[in-house]
Design a protein around this ligand. Structure first.
Ligand SMILES: O=C(O)c1ccccc1NCC(=O)[C@H](O)[C@H](O)COP(=O)(O)O
Length: 212
């Protein structure tokens, strides 16, 4: 199966169209207000209005309430919920039961222990996304920081998983080769400044990931 590719933090119809044209399989809409990639309910509704079923729409939430998830889920016509905060296994179970959508739980990685903790989500999440643990006080994602991919050898769970954190057109093929991941996710790596996506970088990232 070809590698799956998520381009995260899209805020315009043009960069969504470029992601689809480049062969991305998922787009991420960021619903965390402090993020430079945040989209409001009205922007989310507007930028997805012309998309069909050709790409999966992933909503990124950080410790969000049910009400907040609900309003954005409708606006973005979301297919998948990505929980990128400190959500416990019980909270992941609750979100999945309430909204009936696949849930991706993000695990922030700095040590092998962060990877082995994934087992706690085995029965409640549909997919795990291993991302870099960011510095205290920084955004929990989208910082363009990578981690030691070798730590993923500590993962022996059954849930499918993907890789995020500092991936770029230059390093994504090597990341796939080294880790064996079947899904790669990028945000900063296809931007010219925080929140400003570049269609050429999106194309280059997808090409490198598809051909890896
Ligand atoms: O991108 C953000 O601004 C962000 C903020 C808060 C939580 C999650 C966020 N992004 C989620 C993603 O899935 C990113 O693609 C992932 O963290 C990788 O980002 P990057 O290292 O910049 O490629």
């Amino acid at each position: 199966m070809p590698n799956q590719i998520k381009i995260c933090g899209l805020t315009t119809p043009e960069t969504i169209a470029a992601s689809i044209d480049a062969g991305a399989t998922h787009i991420g809409l960021n619903f965390y207000p402090p993020s430079p990639r945040f989209v409001s309910v009205s922007t989310a509704a507007q930028i997805v209005s012309n998309i069909g079923n050709e790409i999966s729409k992933v909503g990124v939430f950080v410790d969000a309430t049910d009400g907040f998830i609900e309003q954005n889920l409708r606006a973005g016509a979301l297919d998948i919920l990505q929980l990128h905060g400190k959500e416990t296994p019980d909270r992941v179970r609750e979100v999945k039961a309430k909204f009936g959508l696949p849930v991706w739980k993000v695990l922030s990685v700095e040590t092998a222990e962060d990877v082995t903790k994934a087992v706690r989500y085995a029965d409640v999440a549909d997919f795990l996304l291993f991302d870099t643990k960011t510095p205290k006080g920084a955004l929990p994602g989208g910082m363009g920081l990578g981690f030691d991919w070798g730590l993923l050898e500590a993962y022996d769970g059954a849930l499918p998983w993907g890789l995020a954190g500092g991936l770029t057109p230059e390093n994504v093929a090597e990341a796939i080769r080294q880790t064996g991941t079947t899904l790669v996710d990028t945000s900063s790596g296809v931007e010219t400044a925080p929140g400003i996506k570049d269609v050429d970088l999106i194309a280059a990232f997808c090409k490198a990931a598809r051909e890896a």
